[in-house]
Design a protein around this ligand. Structure first.
Ligand SMILES: Cc1cc2nc3c(=O)[nH]c(=O)nc-3n(C[C@H](O)[C@H](O)[C@H](O)COP(=O)(O)OP(=O)(O)OC[C@H]3O[C@@H](n4cnc5c(N)ncnc54)[C@H](O)[C@@H]3O)c2cc1C
Length: 386
């Protein structure tokens, strides 16, 4: 039986561990936190991400935990339209899903075959022996394949592709879900989701529905994400929330209502950054096996296109398919061949979207075609074999 070590239990790592176990691999999943915790808040999954979930056999039940978010236009802070609804249209809309619901679905699909080890912070990766191996300074974990799913600051990538570093894009971001029992009623006439943009600041929100209204989901509430120029804030969450309320004061509804209903514990602050340069390969070979870099460990990018999780799922679906073909080194070469051009294309469009969405001028103009083309390029993924 082939053995895999998956490092990191975020979206990419959980999906990879389940997919490999279902394909007959003996899987050890290592996570630095003591237990497997869902990422906080919510995220948007685009049709390419849903296609990848389907390829992985994980899409059943998605409808029950997700809410469609068709394009609803972009407003200026004063409420007037930068991009009116219906202008930057897309063929199939994304969905928004509570991360706890997604996490539960992935955990349910891990099965019995995955050996989960919490509290293991991987520090080293071995390349010059007959098989790849990683260690946390106490224990070494060896396999035919190591999947590096340890996020933007990946310790494995630092060892295998030292030149690639995660650098700030000059923005910080906050996400929160206001739970259903505290969520304010949105003013009448406002859609259940929307986006506002002004002088480099961006605020998006989406309703996750009433408690349980999305079928299987019990979470509900309202998700919002705010992006602001500058570095991560050192203040405790209550201080960060006070700053957000000040920065977004006077913005059109429902921004103030949502920030007023948010509590400090709801808030997650995250850096906005990009991995550059990309690693030379996403599939470095080590002896008779090798490493697969997936998700943010391989290609972290700013969240303009909300594609990080969808791309991680594409990585996993591709990896599962190429590994079915035979020897690990050949499969990793094929993995890199399929993923690299795809990621470069999405990155190129992410940069174009940044030129629209990160304008710091009060008089910013938005070319809706740039956003339309970026969304089309990002969602065009046809499946694991390209
Ligand atoms: C503000 C914001 C909004 C976003 N919105 C969206 C969105 O709407 N849609 C979307 O698709 N994407 C979105 N993203 C991007 C998305 O969140 C990420 O791309 C995605 O979570 C990456 O998943 P991952 O599994 O690769 O990495 P991560 O989620 O970072 O998971 C890495 C895991 O590895 C563990 N780990 C780290 N180091 C080690 C170690 N040394 N040893 C062991 N374990 C380790 C971590 O604890 C973690 O569990 C957004 C990002 C930001 C910042």
């Amino acid at each position: 039986m082939r053995a895999a070590v998956v490092v990191g239990a975020g979206i990419g790592g959980l999906a990879a561990a389940g997919a490999l176990a279902r394909s007959g691999w003996k899987v050890t999943l290592l996570e630095r936190d003591d237990r497997l915790r869902p990422g906080r808040a919510a995220l948007v999954l685009w049709p390419n991400g849903v296609r990848a979930l389907r390829a992985l056999g994980l899409a059943a039940g998605l409808e029950g935990i997700s809410t469609p978010v068709p394009p609803a236009g972009i407003r200026k802070p004063d409420g007037s339209w930068l991009v009116p609804p219906g202008v930057a249209d897309i063929d199939s809309p994304p969905v928004v899903v509570h991360r706890e619901d997604l996490h539960d679905a992935f955990i349910a699909n891990l099965g019995e075959q995955v050996d989960v080890r919490g509290g293991v912070a991987v520090q080293s990766a071995r390349v010059h022996r007959d098989r790849p191996a990683v260690g946390d300074g106490r224990v070494t974990f060896e396999g035919d394949l190591v999947v590096a799913a340890d996020g933007p600051d990946s310790a494995i990538r630092r060892r295998l592709a030292a030149a690639s570093t995660f650098a700030s894009a000059g923005f910080a971001a906050w996400r929160a879900v206001i739970p259903w029992y505290r969520a304010p009623e949105l003013p009448s006439g406002l859609p259940a989701h929307g986006e506002l943009l002004g002088a480099g600041q961006r605020f998006g929100y989406a309703s996750l529905g009433e408690r349980g209204s999305a079928g299987g989901s019990t979470r509900g509430g309202i998700y919002w994400v705010a992006t602001v120029p500058g570095a991560l804030r050192p203040e405790p969450p209550a201080g960060q929330l006070a700053l957000l309320r000040r920065w977004f004061a006077g913005w059109h509804a429902p921004v103030a209502q949502l920030l007023a209903a948010t509590e400090a514990d709801d808030l997650v602050q995250e850096p906005v950054g990009e991995l550059a340069p990309l690693p030379d390969t996403f599939g470095p070979v080590a002896g008779s096996g090798g490493y697969a870099l997936i998700g943010d460990a391989a290609h972290a990018m700013p969240h303009h296109l909300a594609q990080g999780a969808s791309l991680a799922l594409e990585d996993v679906a591709t990896l599962q398919t190429v590994l079915a073909g035979g020897a690990v080194p050949a499969a990793l070469a094929e993995y890199n061949r399929l993923r690299r051009p795809r990621i470069l294309r999405v990155l190129q469009h992410s940069k174009k979207a940044a030129s629209v969405l990160q304008q710091r001028s009060r008089f910013a103009r938005v070319n809706p075609r740039t956003l339309e083309r970026a969304a089309a390029a990002a969602t065009e993924w046809a499946g694991p074999t390209g």
